[in-house]
Each structure stands twice: as C-alpha cells, then as structure tokens.
Design a protein around this ligand. Structure first.
Ligand SMILES: Nc1ncnc2c1ncn2[C@@H]1O[C@H](COP(=O)(O)OP(=O)(O)O)[C@@H](O)[C@H]1O
Ligand SMILES: [Mg+2]
Length: 300
C-alpha cells in the first residue's frame, strides 16, 4: 500500500506540516509513501507536475491519498493521472463525491441523520425563496452549511439559526456563512434540523457548544477506528453503540469513509456527517497511531 501525502509548498521534499505525525506513522508501519504538490492539482497542466515524484508502477499499486480536501472534479483528475502511473486510489471518483457531498450521501444515511434540505448548485439564494424552502422545519431551529463544511466556530453568527421562520435570523446567519465561505462555497446551501445533542463542554476558543461526537473510520466495511471528535475535552466512548450503524455502513459503496456520530439528549446516536476517509482529519496523535497500526494488521 502506498500512502500519498501533500508536500510542504515551501519545502517540497518535506511533508506538509499538519501531516508530519501521520507521515511518520505510515513509514513506521511499513507503508511506502509519496509526496504530491496540492497547489498544482487544480489545473490540467499542473497535475503532471503535481505528481512528478510518483514513478510509474508496473503492477497495479493500491494507494490511499491523505491530504487536504479536493473538489470532486479535481479528485477525478488526480485519480485518472495516478491510474496512468499504475497507482489506483482506494476510492473511485464517484465514491469520493458520494462521501464528500451531503446531497450524495444523505439518501444512504437518511434514517440516522438530521432532516436536511439543500439548494442545487444553480438555485437562487434569494431570501423569499429560502423562506419558502425552510417552511418544512415549522419554525424550529436549523443549522446552515454547504455541501461539505460549516462555519461551526462562528456558531451564532454563521451556523445556528434559532428560528427558521424568522427572516431576520435566516438572513443574518446565511449572510454570515456566505461571507465567510466566499469563493470556497461547496455546491450550495444545506439546511439541517437542529438536534439537541448531549453537551460535553464549550470550545475554549470559539465557544461552540461541544457535542458527545465520535469519528468512525470505515475501511472496506470494517471499523478502522473510533475516536473522540473533540480534543479539547475528555470523554469516553463507553456509551457508543456501533451495532446500529452496521446497516448504514453496509449500504455505502465507498471503500474508505468516515461517519461522525453524536448522542442526542434522548439517547439516540445520529450521524452528524459523512466524509471521504482520505480527506477526514484524525482528531489527535493517538488516533493516527491506532489507525496506521490497524491498517498494517490487515495489510499482511
Ligand atoms: N443538525 C444538527 N443539530 C445540532 N448540532 C449540529 C447539527 N449539525 C451539526 N451540528 C454541530 O455542528 C458541528 C459542525 O457541523 P458539521 O456538519 O460536522 O460541519 P463541519 O463539516 O464544519 O464539521 C457538529 O460537530 C455538531 O456539533
Ligand atoms: Mg464535522
């Protein structure tokens, strides 16, 4: 197995700062590694340069990308360019898209995730039309995000809408979110019914209320790790019931994905979001070590 990381743009022979611990863990567990230039991936001419350090493999070399999030079309181009070199990423492009975009994965996890609506990429974000779409939430609180990310650390300004029937609340929070996302908006707006998750504390910097949330890494249908999502507070996973996620996991075709799950105050485990396993961060150092030694144990 080859693990592909992003190089540090200022020192291209070194791994990006945020991935150093992972890079070391991959090597220590016997995996081959390679570096690519993330910034060059976004243009067709750039892709060849971005991948220049990856020598062609004669036989099909299986690989995992571990780096920054990519737009699905860029991931597709990288996937194809790697394939020409004999390197095959664990997730084919449509599975990357499935794990990355909420509208793609929502139908697969629907019964275990907050009710959600979204705008198609070209839909208007004009307030009157948003208010009509939001009627299905009957004035209850909702959160806003795009197909991939929220601005959770600006919770009250750009994520949490206390009253979905209030034009003032909706306009204020949606504008706050759109301002922050700017050109980086993924797809379009997503609105999700707000659920009361059990709280374990408040984020020390952003004051975001923290839920009892865990990140599950699923590799080829197996649980590759279950880690507390928040590093800022200590909490244990003794109450976590993984059984209930098995039917959902078995219907997701992607080879490597994450599910972030959290406990509601009425004791239901719900999926907060899904992610492609290649671009989901490990919450802390222990989770990195645990994941790579698990991957080694099944790679023999
Ligand atoms: N529907 C919801 N109800 C209550 N809290 C939510 C809901 N969706 C998200 N959250 C909270 O907001 C945080 C960020 O939302 P998330 O969808 O995970 O976005 P991001 O991709 O930015 O992490 C979650 O960790 C959770 O604490
Ligand atoms: Mg999240």
């Amino acid at each position: 197995m080859l693990i592909i990381f992003c190089a540090d743009p200022l020192s291209p022979n070194q791994v990006e700062d945020g991935f150093q611990a992972e890079y070391r863990a991959a090597i220590e567990n016997g995996f081959e590694t390679a570096l690519i230039d993330f910034d060059l991936l976004s243009s067709t001419e750039g892709i060849e340069r971005a991948l220049r350090r990856i020598q062609p493999y004669g036989d099909c070399q299986k690989a995992i990308y571990r780096g920054w999030m990519l737009k699905p079309d860029v991931y597709g181009k990288m996937y194809n360019a790697l394939k020409v070199r004999g390197v095959v990423l664990v997730n084919q492009p449509d599975h990357y898209r499935l794990g990355h975009y909420l509208p793609e994965y929502y139908p697969l996890i629907r019964e275990l995730t907050p009710e959600s609506i979204w705008l198609e990429p070209d839909d208007t974000r004009e307030l009157n039309s948003l208010m009509q779409r939001l009627e299905i939430f009957s004035g209850g609180p909702v959160i806003v995000k795009d197909y991939v990310k929220s601005c959770k650390h600006d919770w009250y300004e750009a994520c949490y809408i206390p009253d979905s029937s209030s034009e003032e609340d909706v306009a204020r929070v949606v504008d706050g979110f759109l301002e922050r996302q700017g050109e980086d908006l993924n797809g379009n707006l997503v609105f999700r019914k707000y659920l009361e998750f059990e709280k374990i504390g408040i984020h020390p910097v952003s004051k975001l209320p923290l839920s009892r949330e865990f990140r599950l890494f699923i590799y080829q249908g197996e649980l590759a790790g279950c880690f507390p999502y928040w590093n800022e507070v200590d909490y244990d996973k003794s109450q976590l019931n993984l059984e209930m996620f098995k039917p959902v996991i078995s219907r997701i075709p992607s080879s490597f994905f994450t599910l972030d799950v959290a406990l509601t105050i009425d004791h239901n485990w719900m999926i907060v979001e899904m992610g492609d396993g290649q671009v989901s961060g490990f919450p802390n150092h222990e989770s990195v070590i645990e994941f790579y030694s698990w991957l080694r144990s099944i790679s023999k």
